[in-house]
Design a protein around this ligand. Structure first.
Ligand SMILES: [Zn+2]
Length: 60
């Protein structure tokens, strides 16, 4: 029986739209680095202007 990683061990990010934390999902396994939103709904709500590659909130 395969062992799934404990939920607490999953990486998390903060949604760039709603600001809520969300955890890694299997469907994002290929492009987790690019994931910025907790859901398609949030991604759709982001203004086109904010969809640039160079996102201000990613800067330190
Ligand atoms: Zn969100």
């Amino acid at each position: 029986m395969p062992r799934a990683p404990a939920k607490a061990d999953l990486p998390t990010k903060t949604c760039a739209h709603c600001g809520r934390p969300f955890a890694w999902r299997k469907k994002w396994s290929r492009d987790w680095e690019q994931v910025r939103y907790c859901s398609d709904a949030c991604r759709r709500k982001v203004p086109a202007l904010a969809k640039r590659e160079d996102e201000p909130w990613q800067r330190s």
